[in-house]
Ligand binder design. Structure first.
Ligand code: PPE
Length: 308
């Protein structure tokens, strides 16, 4: 999906033309990958674009920075305002929003402390991450030969930029082998997460998802959204350690993420999951999710944060 430029990118408090939003090649994070980012979506609502769970995403950005030892030189409210400004400037009703905190130009070497902490916020139109067909009919998933990095080696609770090398390795392997997405296991063989999504399994009417902190998965905001929706629909949702065979034996399974949204899993390692078609619980959750993000569900309207 090639990028479609929008008008402006927010860089350290200023709106810069998209094509002028440049950094020096000796930017610290470009070399060593110490940075933190977010992925947020805005959806069209009856009151203009609404940013879905904006405050929760900005809060996670600050928590990630705290974990990585980075001090963001703005408040959460200032970055919330920056996101709203960028979305307003874009004139888009629906977009993907990318706040990025990185170490800028200053010194080289592994001690990042002398470098300035810079912040940028961009947005652009981004369609279905795993394809419209994936959302409607399910995706083909492959268990990766790459293990998810151990939380003792890298703090997986932070959405750290350099940590995505692990996701990219897995994604490329899966795509080259003809699959839509990769699923990463922990080094001891438990399901962790997709390259950019959390994983849910449905068995005997119950939803199961791995406990993020023990399997090195990100605590997904979409996973939290889906958990609330599923419980409100009357389903039990539990965190449980899962292995790949739990996917083979599942009645239904799906992935969740801001970019990916809610995507049914049609097969794992060429084994059909359930009937191979999106199951009734997945479909029911998808239906409420896509209404909630558009501000169409009264009990979830606080999740939608308008930009004006
Ligand atoms: N795990 C990982 C590793 C991850 O990157 C994401 C989001 C999630 C789980 C789901 O989290 P949440 O968005 O809060 O539900 N991945 C972001 C980046 C994707 C990208 O290609 O870049 C996203 O979905 O925005």
């Amino acid at each position: 999906m090639p990028l479609t430029p929008t008008e402006k990118i927010w860089m350290d408090g200023k709106l810069v033309d998209w094509h002028e939003a440049k950094i020096h090649v000796l930017t610290h994070s470009l070399h060593y990958g110490l940075g933190v980012f977010e992925g947020i979506r805005a959806y069209p609502t009856s009151a203009g674009p609404g940013v879905f769970r904006l405050s929760a995403h900005i809060h996670r950005l600050f928590q990630g920075a705290h974990i990585l030892g980075l001090t963001i030189p703005y408040t959460e409210d200032e970055l919330i305002a920056a996101v709203k400004e960028v979305v307003r400037e874009s004139g888009l009703e629906a977009c993907y929003i990318r706040p990025l905190v990185y170490l800028g130009y200053g010194e080289m070497g592994l001690n990042p402390m002398p470098c300035p902490v810079n912040v940028a916020v961009a947005c652009w139109p981004w369609g279905a991450y795993l394809g419209d067909d994936g959302i409607a009919n399910g995706i083909r998933l492959k268990v990766s030969s790459w293990a998810r990095h151990d939380p003792r080696a890298l703090p997986t609770a932070a959405k750290g930029t350099g940590m995505y090398v692990n996701s990219s390795l897995a994604k490329v392997e899966a795509v080259r082998a003809g699959y839509d997405e990769a699923l990463l296991l922990t080094t001891d063989g438990h399901i962790s997460e997709g390259t950019g999504e959390n994983c849910f399994v449905v068995r005997r009417g119950r939803l199961l998802t791995p406990p993020p902190s023990s399997v090195g998965a990100l605590e997904g905001i979409t996973a939290d959204t889906v958990t609330v929706i599923a419980r409100d629909l009357g389903y039990e949702v539990v965190e449980a350690p899962l292995r790949r065979t739990d996917l083979f034996m599942a009645d239904e399974a799906f992935l969740t993420g801001t970019a990916a949204e809610v995507v049914p899993i049609a097969s794992v390692d060429d084994r059909v999951v359930g009937t191979g078609k999106p199951g009734p619980i997945t479909t029911a959750i998808q239906e409420v999710f896509f209404k909630a993000v558009r501000g169409e569900v009264p009990e979830y309207k606080d999740w939608v944060e308008h930009v004006t």
